[in-house]
Ligand binder design. Sequence first.
Ligand SMILES: [Zn+2]
Length: 93
Amino acid sequence: MSFFTKPTYPKARKRYFCDWCGQEIKVGEKYFYQFQCPDAVSLRLHTECASAMYREDFEEGEIIGCGHPRGLTEYEWEELEKVPETTATEGEA
Ligand SMILES: [Zn+2]
């Protein structure tokens, strides 16, 4: 069973890309960092994206893929934009 380490909020020492929205995390920007065991997956997120991640009922490890709007869950995004999204993975396997 996988689990995440306790998140930390370091300052970016180089450019990263957010695992939630895929956008750049700039040097010097504070970001959310978490490490998933035992798969050795590092999560780096904008702090607002981390908030969105916690609001969404996600499955661990499932969020990686950069398909999310920055700082919003898919649901919130749809509510805002009212754009039907049919390409997203529907339902759980
Ligand atoms: Zn982000």
